[in-house]
Design a protein around this ligand. Structure first.
Ligand code: NOJ
Length: 450
């Protein structure tokens, strides 16, 4: 009975006929074909080949073989009644050395993917940078080198020229907070760099590249809808103690405000004292170039974080109270299942008058799915998606400018440092045989979108 009540609550019609429904993916996580047809090495190719970097020694050389199976997988998008398909372009497939000679085979491949989507009546949404920097550029400092602004705009220009006649929705970058934090501060993602001296320039150059890339798109494709995406977790203090509250404000500034605020013209959040050291990377004129008037902002929410004051945590004096220590429902990532997080995040970002439109460009959950007799039953994912969507609806009814929702993700895939262990897909993948099985969540989403 309960599930019928929920089903009515998240009936597609209640979101309005203009609401955009989709599913999101990323090149590294699905394509495989790591060295096919002239593709250059990416920082992830190099990182995952190193011992001990990826759980269970996994790598993404084959992943879900989307490169060769894109027609089959786009057919599945269609079979699930999903009208919008978000995928990313691999920079080193287009420019094997990051800059310089273009790899025509890479252009041909994405032309084929785009054309096949359109042929199936599916709208392609492109992310230009989902973390696979050409390794040749990392050898020159990667995101810590200010020259990346030019390297990136060269790449964006080529993509706009080659694909802009058919692609209407563009996302310049995916979750800059994650690739700079995990990749240039903690070193747990590619390229494996650590420390504040790498993190701060990477952040500043990422912001400047986001806006520079967006300007290229605007100039070359005046009709395009231009956005960029951010990870965001709803932050709550561990207690009412002023120190915990102040710690939560700092973590919120770091995780949720660090990129969006300069882009909206508000500058870097003043609450983060560590950003004082950023000054040395900021050149005259930069402040004006940090800003861009995006058509939409993509928000990606999975959970909330509880924050505590922590004297010994450098730079931020705050720490996260792990979900597994809080006796709360968890996903296979160890993230709390907390549907109201997406509501609070929508309310929080809705407060910025400069944001015109919000798409939830990722939401979903990993659970330990198993195939049994050709079927995969994943009731926890169905419940998760329903509960989060109910919260999206609540925010929408209260006037939040949320215009769409994309599930993360189509098929089980390569979850970065976690390898193939966490399964996020609406479709199960047997990584030995590459067989796909639509999970009950996939069937549920197909019914919702029918
Ligand atoms: C955000 C990232 O964009 C995506 O690549 C990742 O797989 C999901 N979150 C789940 O962690």
């Amino acid at each position: 009975m309960e599930s019928t009540i929920q089903d009515t609550l998240i009936n597609k019609e209640r979101f309005g006929k203009d609401f955009t429904w989709g599913v999101s993916t990323a090149a590294v996580q699905i394509e495989g074909a790591h060295d096919a047809d002239g593709k250059g090495e990416s920082i992830w190719d190099v990182f995952s080949a190193q011992k001990g970097k990826i759980l269970n020694g996994d790598h993404h050389q084959i992943a879900t073989d989307f490169y060769n199976r894109y027609q089959n997988d786009i057919d599945l998008v269609k079979q699930l009644n999903i009208p919008n398909f978000r995928f990313s372009i691999s920079w080193p497939r287009i420019l094997p050395n990051g800059t310089g000679p273009v790899n025509q085979a890479g252009i041909d491949y994405y032309n084929n993917v785009i054309d096949y989507c359109l042929k199936q009546g599916i709208e392609p949404w492109i992310t230009l940078y989902h973390w696979d920097l050409p390794y040749a550029l990392e050898l020159q400092g990667g995101w810590t080198n200010r020259a990346i602004i030019n390297w990136f705009t060269e790449y964006v220009t080529i993509c706009a020229q080659c694909f802009g006649d058919r692609v209407k929705h563009w996302m310049v970058m995916n979750e800059p907070g994650v690739f700079t934090g995990a990749g240039y501060f903690f070193g747990i993602h590619a390229p494996g760099k650590t420390g504040i001296g790498n993190f701060l320039p990477a952040v500043h150059h990422a912001v400047l590249s986001i806006t520079a890339g967006a300007k290229v798109l605007r100039a070359l494709l005046p009709e395009a809808q231009i956005g960029t995406t951010f990870s965001c977790s709803y932050i709550e203090p561990y207690s009412n103690k002023p120190k915990d509250i102040a710690a939560a404000i700092r973590v919120d500034a770091l995780l949720n405000r660090l990129f969006i605020e300069p882009i909206l013209g508000l500058g870097y959040p003043a609450e983060l004292s560590v950003l004082k050291d950023m000054e040395k990377y900021i050149l005259p004129g930069d402040h004006d170039n940090l800003k861009f008037d995006f058509d939409f902002i993509g928000l990606q929410n999975y959970t909330r974080e509880i924050v505590k004051y922590s004297l010994f945590t450098p730079y931020i004096q705050a720490s996260l109270v792990k979900a597994k220590e809080r006796n709360v429902p968890l996903t296979a990532m160890g993230w709390e299942v907390y549907p109201a997080a997406i509501y609070h995040i929508l309310k929080q970002f809705n407060e910025y008058p400069q944001i015109k439109k919000i798409y939830l460009t990722e939401n979903g959950a990993a659970f330990p799915d198993e195939a049994d007799d050709g079927k995969v039953d994943d009731p926890k994912r169905v419940e998760y998606l329903k509960a989060y969507l109910q919260q999206v609806l609540k925010a929408k009814k209260e006037g939040c400018k949320v215009s769409g929702y994309f599930v993360w993700t189509l098929t089980d895939n390569f979850e970065w440092a976690e390898g193939y262990n966490p399964r996020f897909g609406l479709i199960y993948v047997d990584f030995e045989t590459q067989q796909r099985i639509v999970k009950s969540s996939g069937k549920w989403y197909a019914d919702l979108l029918r």
